[in-house]
Structure formats: C-alpha cells, structure tokens
Design a protein around this ligand. Structure first.
Ligand code: HEC
Ligand code: HEC
Length: 266
C-alpha cells in the first residue's frame, strides 16, 4: 500500500517520491503502490511532472520537510509542514501544495482580506509552527515559494487541484470519551500515550511540540477530515466519520501552545 511507501520514504527518498508521485494520478491518491514508484523507474502522467531542479526550490523542499531544522528561528514547536501536508505537500486531501500558487492572491476568511501566498505561509509559521511570521523577503520564504511554484506548474490560473484541501465530512458532534478509546487503540502506538510522538519522525498531537490554538488544525472538524483520509498512517480509511470526530474531540481536550496575539495579523 501507499503506506509502506510512506514509511520507506519518510527519511530517505523524498526527492524520488516527489518526482515519482508527481501530483498526477499516481502514488499519492490511495491505491496500491505504483510500480514505477516502487522500482524507481521514471513515471509519466497526464498532469505536469514535478520538476524541482532549481536549487532554490530544492532548498524550499528541505525547509518544507524539516522545518524546525532549516527555519529554526521561526519555528516554536517540532512540526514540519510535511507532517500535515503529507509527502512533501503532494498527497491528495492532506492540503496539498499542488497547483496552489496560481490561486493566490485569494480572500482569506481568518484575515478578512485578500492575501498573498507569502502571507499564507506567514500564518503557517505563527500558528501551525507555533513560531513567528517568516519575513517576506527572507531566503527561507523565497525558497518555500519556489518549491510551491515548482509544484504548481501546469496548473491553470485560478483552477483548484482536484485533491485540494481536505475531504468533505458531514458535521458531527465528537465525543471525547469515545475518542480516547480510538486514540489508545489506533493512534497511541505512534503518537504516544502522552501525545508527544517521537519528533521529527512521529509528530506530536498535543503539548509543547504541537501546533498552537490559532492553527487551522485546531478545529475538531478539520482534524476529523484530515484524520479520516490520512490516519492511522498504517491503515488510513479505516475510521468511521464518527470515530474521526471522536478522536479529534479527545485530542482537542488536551493542552497545546497558545497563539501569540502579537501576530494576530498573521
Ligand atoms: C499542524 C498541521 C499543519 C502544519 C504543521 C502546517 N500546515 Fe499548512 N495547513 C494546515 C491545514 C489544516 C490547512 C487548511 C486546509 C483546509 O482548510 O483546506 C493548511 C493550509 C495551508 C495552505 C493553504 C492551502 C490551500 O489549499 O489553500 C498553505 C499554503 C499552507 N498550509 C502552507 C504550509 C506551510 C508552508 C507550512 C510549513 C511552514 C505549513 N503549512 C504547516 C495544516 C498544517
Ligand atoms: C503508524 C504510525 C501512525 C499511527 C498509528 C497514526 N499516525 Fe498520525 N501521523 C503519523 C505520521 C508519520 C505523521 C506525519 C505525516 C506522515 O508522514 O504521514 C502523522 C501525522 C498526523 C497528524 C498531523 C500532524 C500533527 O502532528 O498534528 C495528525 C493530526 C495525526 N497524525 C493524527 C492521528 C490520529 C488521530 C491517529 C489515530 C486515529 C493517528 N494519527 C495514527 C503516524 C501515525
């Protein structure tokens, strides 16, 4: 399955993965491991093939995959972009970066006005990364934008990618007590009974190394939509919508870093 590929790729072969899992109809969707991805043959598809040949874009991918290491001054926890935007931002319904650049500038509900891609990345740093906004004119910002641009080639201007965002779920009420059972039996083996994970390999779900309470994931419905499609990482697609809401309610009853109001414009 895709998962064995994910495990294999986590530390080592991400460059290969991004090349092969090319946003297209292969690899990241959810079907059996693609032969080309397994053997390392080159793969082609209808969609544009990702090319991250430019040194700046490659640097951006490093920052995306290992954010606390390569953008340490701006990160306050131990999460990388890649922990949520799975497979270096190429997995469907894990809020992929594919064909995203052409959608900006776009109206942002949280900000209440139109924002640039750089502004959106700044929000990620002050919220999901529990840190501070990355300056627009920094090397790290230029690199991240170059990487996202490289995943956006071939995308129509203003036309969203089919796997954009998260899956749509009905709106349900989560039960944290039931969610604890789901967590203990299906999540704790990787994320720990204390939710701290084993960063950078297994990310934290709550506590000081997790995202703060201003983050997009700090929303039980959003987390449920992420989890139902992407978790448990070794058996995705096995939870019911109710279980996904329950486990999200449990996780959101636990402590996490506070959003720094000094960055409320980000
Ligand atoms: C804790 C999980 C998490 C982390 C870490 C994280 N993000 Fe996100 N990100 C999200 C969620 C959730 C969304 C919203 C998805 C939705 O609502 O469709 C999002 C949305 C985005 C978007 C807008 C996507 C779209 O389709 O409009 C961008 C761009 C983005 N993130 C970039 C980043 C970058 C760059 C980093 C690292 C610096 C990062 N994110 C770290 C969870 C995370
Ligand atoms: C086999 C190990 C494993 C299991 C089991 C697992 N996860 Fe994960 N989880 C991961 C890994 C690894 C990531 C980072 C993304 C990736 O590489 O797939 C992740 C990422 C996440 C994230 C986004 C990053 C963050 O830290 O906020 C959430 C939320 C999450 N998992 C929730 C769950 C929930 C809920 C369960 C149980 C239903 C679960 N996971 C079970 C390994 C696992």
């Amino acid at each position: 399955m895709l998962i064995s590929l994910k495990h294999r790729c986590k530390p080592a072969c991400l460059v290969l993965a991004v090349t092969l899992l090319s946003m297209a109809n292969i690899g990241c969707s959810s079907h059996q491991g693609h032969a080309a991805a397994k053997t390392g043959e080159s793969a082609t598809s209808d969609a544009a093939t990702i090319s991250i040949q430019s040194p700046l874009a490659s640097r951006g991918k490093l920052i995306f995959d290992q954010t606390p290491k390569y953008a340490s001054a701006y990160v306050g926890n131990k999460l990388s972009c890649n922990d949520c935007h799975i497979q270096s931002g190429t997995a469907d319904y894990a809020a992929p970066m594919i064909h995203l650049a052409g959608l900006f500038p776009m109206f942002n509900k949280r900000a209440g006005h139109v924002i640039s891609l750089e502004n959106r990345i700044q929000e990620c740093f002050s919220r999901s990364e529990a840190g501070r906004p990355l300056p627009v004119e920094s090397d790290e910002m230029h690199a991240l934008v170059a990487y996202i641009d490289s995943l956006s080639r071939g995308g129509g201007k203003g036309k969203p990618y089919k796997g954009r965002g998260l899956v749509k779920l009905p709106s349900l009420e989560g039960d944290a007590t039931a969610g604890k059972q789901v967590y203990v039996s299906q999540c704790a083996s990787c994320h720990g009974t204390d939710g701290a994970g084993v960063p950078p390999v297994l990310p934290a779900l709550w506590g000081p190394d997790s995202y703060n309470d201003g983050a997009g994931m700090n929303n039980p419905a959003k987390m449920a939509a992420f989890v139902i499609h992407n978790m448990p990482q070794n058996h995705p697609g096995t939870l019911t919508a109710q279980q996904a809401y329950d486990v999200s309610a449990f996780i959101h009853a636990m402590p996490r870093p506070q959003f720094n109001q000094a960055y409320k414009n980000y």
